[in-house]
Design a protein around this ligand. Structure first.
Ligand code: GLU
Length: 301
C-alpha cells in the first residue's frame, strides 16, 4: 500500500500562538485531511524556545479543534539526524567555513550586483594555507559552515502562488555556535517524517527555493508547497502579540472562547463556521483568499 503522505504544522516554541499562527495551522490541517494525509506537529526549538511554550501551543491547537497523528517531535531531539546530513554534504565538498559577522555581510551586501539579503560569498575561496592576516579574516571566532551552492536561483511550484523563482545563496548549514541551521533541519525533518505537503505562512516563500535546492543536493524529493497569506495588523505588518488581544488566552479574557475564535478564523478563510470537520466538507484550496487577513483592532472582540 502506498503511504498516504503527511502534512504538518511546525511552530517555534517562543510563546503563545496568535490567531494568525492558528489560522495557518488550521489551513495546514485542512489541506492534509482533505487529501487523506496524516497531520504531524513538529516543535522547532533549535532557535528560540521558552519554557512551557510547547505545552501551551499544543493545548491551543487542540482548543481550536486540530488533532494530529503520532507524538510531536522536537528538533532538539534530532541532532544526530542533522549531523549525518552535514557529514554527507561535507564529504561531497559542499560546505565551507565562513568567518563573516552579520556586519561584514551587511556591508558586503551593499556592493553593486549583490542580491538583497543574500550572502556575497566572501569566505568561499579562503585558502586553507592562508593566514588570517593574508585573507583578511578574523579567525578569532568559530566559523559557520555554508553551502557551496552551484546555482544562484531555483524555481519551485506552489499550489497557491504558482511557479516561484527565488535566490539561492551560500546559505548557512551549521551556525557558528555549532547548531544546525533552520534551513537544513526543516529539509531533513520533512523528508525523514514522510511529509510531502508543506503548508505554511507566505513569509517563508522566499526561503523555499533554497530549501528545495538543498533537498535535491541531499537526494531528497522536496514536498509540495502551499504558502498561505499571513494575518497582518492594520499597518500591514505581520500580526504580533503587541497588536492587543490576539492570543486565545487574551481573547478568552474578553469573553471570546476558542470556538468563537475558530469560527472567526474559518470565516476569514471563506469557510463555514462550526467544527473543523464541517469546514473540511467545504474546503477547496482554489477558493481560499489570496490576500492577507487584515485584523483590525476590535475585529476580534
Ligand atoms: N518554525 C517556523 C515558524 O514558526 C515554521 C517553519 C516551517 O513551517 O517550515 O515560523
Amino acid at each position: 500500500m502506498n503511504s498516504p503522505g503527511a502534512g504538518r504544522f511546525a511552530p517555534s516554541p517562543s510563546g503563545e500562538l496568535h490567531v494568525g499562527n492558528l489560522r495557518t495551522a488550521m489551513l495546514a490541517w485542512l489541506f492534509a485531511r482533505s487529501t487523506s494525509r496524516e497531520f504531524l506537529v513538529r516543535i522547532e526549538d533549535l532557535d528560540r524556545s521558552r519554557a512551557g511554550a510547547e505545552a501551551a501551543q499544543l493545548a491551543e491547537l487542540a482548543a481550536v479543534g486540530i488533532d494530529w497523528d503520532h507524538e510531536p517531535v522536537r528538533q532538539s531531539d534530532r541532532l544526530p539526524l542533522y549531523r549525518q546530513a552535514i557529514g554527507s554534504l561535507q564529504a561531497a565538498g559542499l560546505l565551507y567555513e565562513c568567518y563573516c559577522t552579520r556586519r561584514d555581510i551587511a556591508e558586503a551586501a551593499t556592493a553593486p550586483h549583490s542580491l538583497p539579503g543574500s550572502y556575497p560569498g566572501t569566505c568561499r575561496n579562503l585558502s586553507k594555507a592562508a593566514t588570517p592576516e593574508q585573507d583578511g579574516q578574523r579567525h578569532d571566532r568559530p566559523p559557520a559552515l555554508r553551502l557551496r551552492s552551484e546555482v544562484t536561483s531555483w524555481t519551485i511550484e506552489d499550489q497557491l502562488q504558482g511557479s516561484y523563482t527565488g535566490p539561492v545563496d551560500d546559505l548557512v548549514i551549521v551556525r557558528s555556535d555549532g547548531v544546525p541551521a533552520y534551513n537544513l533541519a526543516v529539509v531533513i525533518d520533512d523528508a525523514a517524517q514522510g511529509i510531502d505537503q508543506v503548508v505554511r505562512g507566505d513569509d517563508l516563500l522566499s526561503s523555499t527555493p533554497r530549501q528545495a535546492y538543498l533537498a535535491g543536493l541531499l537526494g531528497l524529493t522536496p514536498p509540495r508547497y502551499a504558502h498561505v497569506p499571513l494575518a497582518l495588523n492594520k499597518d500591514g505588518r505581520r500580526l504580533a502579540k503587541r497588536d492587543g488581544a490576539v492570543t486565545l488566552e487574551s481573547l478568552a479574557g474578553k469573553g471570546l472562547g476558542p470556538e468563537l475564535v475558530r469560527d472567526l478564523i474559518l470565516r476569514s478563510a471563506g469557510l463555514p463556521a462550526g467544527t473543523l470537520a464541517g469546514a473540511l466538507e467545504a474546503f477547496d484550496p482554489a477558493g481560499l483568499p489570496r490576500e492577507a487577513w487584515v485584523v483590525e483592532p476590535g475585529e476580534l472582540s
